[in-house]
Design a protein around this ligand. Structure first.
Ligand code: SF4
Ligand code: SF4
Length: 501
């Protein structure tokens, strides 16, 4: 093999005056970056193996370590950047596709940061959430267009099954297999405590987690892994995954190395076999086919649970959403192009799909224009980073949001983008039994509860500031938003005025 032209992305800097050769970094790094040289009593580093996950930096007892980007610079060239050149070196050496994890990192506009919220001044006074009631509960599912009562005042309109959330937030789909059992346990227990739901993803439901059923969305994806009648009836809702923001139009691939005994039993596939989800569902080639699957699933649960359909935000998302609503789905989950993933081809992750903000606004408007907005809830995800993103999403038309990357960050993810290797040093995106133990589910649970309790409080403060006392009153209220630094077309699609108007 010829000399590799690929240079390390990061440099490991060790302050020898601080290092006490304790070997914590050697033991902690699953990528084997650090190595102890007993002869010279020094710890050495192989920069080429470093993914910048920060595990060693955080755990080093003397704070002797720093990781920084490799300072090796190519000559300035706006077209042939260092990254573009390095990627060609890699593909020329491996002949393979480039693989990445987590969401699209490219500097496309982040519209959440180009929208500002309103607040009451003088008239329509603001509300203090510490002193006055403030409602953040939402119901996800089909709503009736009108309510009918009998002569005694009893409701006679049949209400479709709903998912009740104590705050407008859900944990998005992350399969057991792509993330560890301890991570799943943290999510399931936090969802139960917070009165929200988490999502199995396409990996089936581990037998230990059936007890969290009323806080679980069970997913049916193209591979149908782990799908059986008991599974469908175990959750509070069923989600059909048609697409995913990180990799629209393609399937999934869980490498066999992550398919141990437990994952194999949960997914109903042989130990060590690659779990490959096809790009399409092989029984869905039209909206009519999707409708058949929606009603097959409704039949299987006796029409007692709502059926959601998840799609990636793509160019004609509004028309697709309209079809999904007419196909009988109870909620549409739209995943923007910054949505995370355990593994995706880099070119797809970085170049396919559209921002969730534009997709959400377009879908909400289309469903309103067609007079069917009540027939379906809208949930959006794809890099919701904080409570103000959520408030803006609700004002743009969402009933609730999905979070996944933020939840993983809360439990220790350092966004090193190397989930696909199965060597997550934080015990999250791994099935390695030693690495999994690094994530304590009790601590993960508590951090998730803390994060979302804090966000819910912030949501109430922002609602109160606008003089609104219920999250439902904000949904689709775009008068509460103003754009900043956006062009006419962007403002038109978002359906908001510019700041100052
Ligand atoms: S963890 Fe810190 S102190 Fe311990 S060997 Fe590594 S660099 Fe040195
Ligand atoms: S989950 Fe683990 S491997 Fe994936 S980005 Fe986060 S820290 Fe890195």
């Amino acid at each position: 093999m010829s000399l590799s032209l690929v240079t390390p992305q990061f440099e490991v800097l060790r302050d020898e005056n601080k290092c006490i050769q304790c070997k914590v970094c050697v033991k902690q790094c699953a990528n084997e970056v650090h190595k102890y040289d007993a002869e010279d009593n020094v710890v050495l580093a192989d920069d080429a193996k470093c993914v910048n996950c920060h595990r060693c930096v955080v755990l080093c007892p003397t704070k002797a370590l720093k990781i920084r980007k490799n300072t090796l610079e190519f000559r300035d060239n706006a077209n042939w950047t260092g990254q573009a050149i390095s990627e060609i070196y890699i593909q020329a050496e491996t002949g393979g596709i480039l693989l990445s994890s987590m969401g699209n990192p490219k500097p496309f506009p982040i519209y959440w940061d180009k929208m500002l919220l309103n607040a009451s001044q003088v008239t329509n006074p603001s509300i203090d959430p510490l002193r006055e009631p403030m409602e953040t509960k939402v119901m996800i599912g089909r709503k009736p267009s009108k309510l009918e009562f009998d002569k005694h005042g009893n409701l006679i309109t049949e209400i479709a099954p709903q998912v009740e959330l104590d705050m407008p937030i859900m944990f998005s789909a992350m399969s057991y297999g792509s993330i560890s059992k301890n991570a799943h346990e943290g999510l399931a227990r936090a969802a139960e405590k917070l009165g929200i739901v988490y999502n199995t993803g396409e990996g089936g439901l581990h037998k230990d987690f059936y007890k969290y059923g009323k806080n679980t969305i069970v997913q049916v994806a193209s591979g149908r892994f782990g799908v059986h009648l008991e599974y469908l009836n175990a959750g509070i809702a069923i989600e059909i995954k048609m697409g995913q923001g990180a990799k629209p139009g393609i399937g999934g691939h869980l490498p066999g190395i992550k398919v141990g005994e437990d994952v194999s039993a949960t997914r109903m596939i042989p130990i060590g076999s690659d779990a490959i989800s096809p790009a399409p569902h092989h029984d869905i080639y039209s909206i009519e086919d999707l409708r058949q699957l929606i009603f097959s699933l409704k039949e299987s649960v006796n029409y007692k649970k709502p059926i959601f359909v998840k799609i990636a935000a793509v160019h004609n998302v509004a028309a697709i959403a309209s079809g999904i609503a007419r196909a009988g789905a109870d909620a549409i989950m739209i995943d923007g192009f910054r949505g995370g993933t355990g593994a995706a081809p880099t070119r797809v992750r970085d170049n396919v799909g559209i921002p969730i903000e534009l997709a959400l606004a377009a879908v909400d408007q289309r469903l309103r224009d067609e007079g069917i907005r009540n027939e379906i809830s809208i949930v959006c995800g794809g890099s919701i980073r904080n409570s103000s993103d959520i408030v803006k999403a609700i004002a743009l038309g969402a009933d609730a949001v999905y979070i996944a990357s933020a939840a993983l960050i809360a439990i220790g993810c350092h966004m090193c983008h190397s989930c696909s290797t199965g060597k997550c040093n934080w015990g999250i995106a791994t099935q390695d039994t030693d690495l999994v133990k690094r994530l304590n589910p009790d601590i993960a649970y508590q951090k998730l509860v803390n994060l979302l309790s804090a966000w819910n409080h912030e949501i109430k403060e922002m609602l109160g500031g606008m003089g609104i006392n219920a999250i439902d009153s904000l949904r689709g209220n775009r008068l509460m938003l103003r754009g900043i630094g956006l062009n006419e077309k962007e403002l038109e699609i978002l359906g908001i005025k510019h700041a100052g108007e």
